[in-house]
Design a protein. Structure first.
Length: 96
């Protein structure tokens, strides 16, 4: 099972750079195990380490269909931008 989605905006930056592509990530097919000696967590499923990038949603869907991969598409949430001017930063009753 694969998940097709658009990545979230980076919280460390104010712009929307890097959101113009779609990702396909695979869900883990087996559980993780804990190494008894070192305590590290491991898995025998290497597909969960794969993250494919596509320029648009349709390309990701056609890739999954061509290879017989079950997929679910997570819809992109519309970002709402509140237009404001620079002078609004200095209003006495501004919202923080």
């Amino acid at each position: 099972m694969a998940k097709i989605h658009r990545p979230a905006r980076n919280v460390m930056q104010s712009g929307a750079y890097g959101r113009n592509f779609w990702c396909m990530e695979f869900e883990p097919s087996c559980s993780r195990y804990r190494d008894s000696l070192m305590g590290w967590v491991g898995s025998k499923d290497t597909a969960q380490q794969v993250r494919l990038h596509f320029p648009n949603k349709e390309d990701a869907i056609s890739y999954a269909k061509a290879r017989g991969i079950l997929y679910v598409v997570l819809q992109d949430q519309a970002t709402r931008k509140k237009p404001k001017s620079y002078s609004e930063n200095f209003f006495k009753n501004r919202e923080l």
